[in-house]
Design a protein around this ligand. Sequence first.
Ligand code: NDP
Length: 255
Amino acid sequence: MASYLITGTSRGLGLTLATILAARPEDQVRFIVAAARTKTPALEALINKYPSRIAFVELEVTSQESIDAAVVKVKQVLGPSSNGGIDILINNAGIMPFNPSGIFEATDLMHVLNVNVNGVQLVSAAFLPLLRLGSQKLIFNISSVLGSIELFPRFAVFPVSTYKVSKAALNALTVQWSLDLSKSDFTVVAASPGWLRTDLGTDQADLSVEEGANGILEILKGITKADTGKFFDIHVPGWDKTTSFNHYEGGVLPW
Ligand code: NDP
């Protein structure tokens, strides 16, 4: 029985994770905080369907002011003594601008790092006291196989160089958090959800957003404290790896 805080739930993977979790029985999912910059019609419909199980919290991950206000709101939602805190933080919000001319002409590195790396840093730090009250103490960072430095050559044709750099940095951040929280019974991991048909992934992608979300939740289900600091891939049974740059073999990805 876990409580979740998920960032970037307005659409895409974050919305789908919230949708799947909300439909699960209460002995598995106690409560979901759906954080997003805007309550989109799709998110609003989900909250209206499960009003006692999901709360919307406005959250812009690059703004300390917004994050601080979100912490206050989450405490209000949780009620007296913060009622068991937050068990699992899923840092999902992210952006992937295109850099068709390569890294030489990219001017957006600071912006991408601000959302994809510093956003995770600020949100995780601000919610750490509520995570300490939780029983699972899990920080789950949605990274990407494109952040695997060892696999950069395999994905060289994808013109998203600043995104790749940011996800490699997010992986480093994940390891650093796992080490600094190693004495506090925390588990901090990164995982790649697969190439998904979302606004970010485009309709050319390998997998539906539901397949990616289910893959992520399978990883999450199997995680133990011994996994802290690892970088996981989703597993797609029967996937033909000759058809894609992605292999979806499960287990850990190389750094
Ligand atoms: P989408 O573009 O569909 O959704 C991105 C989400 O992030 C939206 O909810 C968006 O909110 C939110 N977001 C962006 N910037 C901010 C911000 N500054 N503050 C708060 N929220 C923000 O992308 P996906 O759902 O596909 O991606 C989700 C995660 O999965 C990302 O971290 C991405 O890198 C990762 N991923 C995705 C892959 C794919 O193929 N789709 C592959 C590998 C990893 P808003 O609606 O307000 O813009």
